[in-house]
Design a protein around this ligand. Sequence first.
Ligand code: MRU
Length: 343
Amino acid sequence: MLPTITWENDVVVMIDQRKLPQKEVYLKLRSVEQVALAIENMTIRGAPAIGLAAAYGLALATHQVKSEKNLDETFEKAYERLWRTRPTARNLFWALERMKRVFNKNRKQGLEALKDVLLAEAKKMDMEDLAMNMKIGEYGQRLVSDGDTILTHCNAGGLATAGYGTALGVIRAAVAHGKRIKVLSDETRPLLQGARLTCWELQREGIPVTLITDNMAGYLMKKGEISLVVVGADRIALNGDTANKIGTYSAAILAREHHLPFYVAAPLSTFDFSIKTGEAIPIEERQSNEVRKIGGKLITVADIQVRNPAFDVTPARLISGIITEHGLLRPPFGPAIKKIAGG
Ligand code: MRU
C-alpha cells in the first residue's frame, strides 16, 4: 500500500509527489502553514488525499496549542487557511467540515481531550478512505472483462487517496480477480500526473501500463485498442456532472464517439449535494509557468500568454456509470445520487 500521508511523532509525513518517479522523498510537515503550502504546490494532490491532508493539518494545529485560551482562534485560523488552498475538490471542504463538527461536539472536553479526538478523527478518515476505495474497486472490477484495455487520465490512484485509489482501485481489483488487463495512461499535461504517478504506481505493482500523450487516445480508440475509460473525480454535482483533471471531458467525448463505456470512480466524499449541476463547480486556474515549462524547463516563449484551467466538467450525459462505495450508479444520476445522499 502506498504511504500517501501519515502521522508520526506529532508531525504530518507525506511523500513528495512533485519528485516522483525520480525520487522517493518523504517530507515532515511541522505546521499547518506547511501543510497548506503542500496542498497548494501539489506536494500532495488528488481529491481524497487533499481532504486527508486538511484533516491531519487541523489535528496538527490543535496539537500545537499550548493554552486553552488560544484553542478556538488557532483552530479557526487553521480551518480558514486550509479552506483557501485549492477550490475544486469537494473532499477538501468535506474533510474540513467534518473535523469542525467533531471539534464543536467535543469542545467542552478541553484542550488535551480535543487533541486526541481530532487526531483520532483524521486517522479514522484515512482508514475509511482506504476501505471505501476497496469497495469501489470491488464494484468497479465487475465492469472490466478479461483482456480489456483501460484508458485512465491523471492519477486517481493510491497517491491521490489513502493508498488504494478510485480509478486505479478498479484496475487493482480487476487484476486481483485474475483479469488480464492492460492500462493506457494519459500523460496529463501540464503537471504529468499520468506519466509521473500513474505509470509509477502501476509499474511497481507489475500491472501492464503503457504511456500515451493526451492527444493519442482518439486514434487508439478508432483502431479498437481501448475497451473502456475509467477516471476519478474532484467534485460531482447532484445531476452527475463531474469535475476532474483537465482533459477528462475530451476523453469522455472521444469515448462517446467511439461507443466506449466511460466510468467515473469516486467516494461519497467527492459528491457535492448542494449544487444542482456542474455549472456551479469552481474551476481552479493555476500558474502560467506550469504550461510554459515541463519539468521546470521552459518549452516556449518566456512571456507567452497562457491559460491553465486545472479541471473541466464532464456532463452527466457522457458518463456511463459512477462507481461508488455504495455500488454502481447508472443514469439518470439525479435520483440515484439523491438516494445515496439519504434524501
Ligand atoms: O490537480 P490534481 O492532481 O489534484 O487533480 C487530481 C485529479 O483530477 C484526480 O483525477 C482526482 O482528484 C481523483 S483522485 C482519486
